[in-house]
Design a protein around this ligand. Sequence first.
Ligand code: NAD
Length: 295
Amino acid sequence: MTRAEGIERVGVVGAGQMGNGIAHVFALAGYEVLVTDTNPEALAAIPVIVSRNLDRQVNKGAITAEAKADALGRIRATPDMPDLGPLDLIIEAATEREPVKTAIFEALVPHLAPHTILATNTSSISITRLASRTDRPGKFLGVHFMNPVPVMQLVELIRGIATDEPTFERALSVVQSLGKTAAVAQDFPAFIVNRVLIPMINEAVYTLYEGVGTVSSIDLAMKLGANHPMGPLELADFIGLDTCLAIMNVLHDGFADTKYRPCPLLTKYVEAGWLGRKTKRGFYDYHGDAPVPTR
Ligand code: NAD
């Protein structure tokens, strides 16, 4: 296992589904990881969730029990965000709302070491705009992991307008050191994957809203008809309906084009707090052994 040159200690802001996965893959690749979150429950859950996900890899024979124990030993948590300041690379993976992310970067800046690289895992928000709120737009870029992080091969790397070449090259070697593959995207709303994926999910919600199909028929149609491994509504629940809505709003605002308008039914589910798997209800109900369609 070879770490990227110049990067040993990595900070992760946000211990949700993405932050946990990011901590997992970095620790497994030999990096020391320090995670922070404003929610103490999310922080306390990190070792439990990461341990369970590492077990999946042990059971498949992908990693040894010793590698699991070593990786878990490399993850620490702190409620105090300034503790992350001196680290080599900080990846922000907090809630997909621009004011949240801006506040995080502004709070981090006074505590950063001069060499610290800042990255955001945002699915859609302008890298250039987030970078402009820091003291180091040159050392700032988008490092967009896919969910679930330990499983998915791709990481999108997004340069802001000011990102310097050494920072970009270093991020590329970090991605490679994790055994993942980078796709390079320019800094336009939602980059590549979500620019294509989330409008498709939004269109699937419209087909549900308009009664063209049920939850089951829409997912079945896209699995068997388009050879997608998951149906779009199942996938929306997996991503989180709040995240899907936030990305649609970024596309809508960013391009000022009505083709990106969020489906009112998606908005309604988010207003209800039915956010998908993470709240045990979205387009499916997850309280029982098997997911049950809700429409
Ligand atoms: P999540 O809701 O599971 O987790 C977000 C976490 O951020 C929560 O634990 C919350 O307590 C924490 N948080 C909120 N404000 C904070 C603050 N000020 N300081 C520290 N922690 C704070 O969300 P997620 O799905 O993990 O998404 C996180 C980021 O990753 C978002 O930007 C999202 O767009 C992006 N992303 C998500 C997916 C996906 O499929 N869910 C995929 C790629 C990227």
